[in-house]
Design a protein around this ligand. Structure first.
Ligand code: SAM
Length: 218
């Protein structure tokens, strides 16, 4: 978040961006991280069929394209974001799609103290952003909302310029930071064409699982 250009101003205030900063990005129009479709990496993961009627928590869900897609795949989805405009758009999206998603307008760190554990945690560009300020808080949150065997799919984007100065994360950093809690099952680069953005998007997709307690069968 070092680029102070006008395009980036809503997320480059001194210190950590507030809910109001993020909300402004949504109110100003289409934020640069929004791809307008479910992440192909999420689609590929759900196609593996590892989750049946599972509970999902999405961190920093934005306008809800991924959350709605997961609900369409019959998962029990809770999706949290603290930007009111994003949540309002996400609720409209779910209504139009005719699916039920529990969209929660809250700071996800507060929410984590009053919720259950989930079978699957999903985030697209949330870890990538929050790690710069609150990595240890995020690790604490991830511990709280998972149980042994829970999956975590984390999507990060490469090419920070097109993503409003959220710096890309290296494979080594991901292994060092998230590998403390999770077994990394798959870490790979992806590319897809975003029709909404009209360009190719690339990033790293990391599928993880919280280790099962010793002696527990898969
Ligand atoms: C880079 S955007 C990604 C949004 C969405 N996942 C997507 O890919 O379109 C990060 C999102 O996290 C939300 N966010 C940031 N910090 C948060 C917090 N502490 N609690 C809840 N939401 C937060 C922002 O409002 C924003 O919608």
């Amino acid at each position: 978040m070092s680029d102070d250009s006008p395009e980036n101003r809503h997320v480059t205030r001194r210190g950590i961006p507030t809910a109001a900063d993020w909300d402004l990005a949504y109110r100003e129009g289409l934020p640069p991280w929004e791809m307008g479709c479910p992440s192909p990496e999420l689609v590929a993961f759900l196609d593996k069929g590892l989750l049946q009627k599972a509970s999902v928590l999405e961190l920093g869900c934005g306008t809800g394209a991924d959350a709605v897609f997961m609900a369409q795949r019959r998962l029990d989805v809770t999706a949290v974001d603290f930007a009111p405009t994003a949540i309002e758009r996400a609720r409209t999206r779910a209504q139009r799609a005719g699916v039920n998603v529990c969209f929660v307008l809250d700071d996800v760190f507060h929410f984590a103290y009053r919720t259950q554990t989930f079978d699957f945690i999903y985030d697209c560009a949330f870890y990538q952003y929050i790690r710069q300020w609150e990595l240890s808080r995020l690790l604490d949150l991830l511990w709280r909302v998972t149980k042994p065997g829970s999956y975590y799919l984390c999507i990060t984007y490469l090419g920070g310029e097109s993503l409003v100065g959220i710096p890309p994360v290296s494979e080594d950093s991901i292994r060092w930071e998230l590998g403390r809690l999770f077994e990394i099952l798959e870490l790979k680069q992806f590319n897809f064409y975003s029709a909404l953005r009209r360009h190719d998007v690339s990033g790293l997709s990391v599928l993880m699982q919280r280790p099962l307690a010793k002696g527990t069968a898969h």
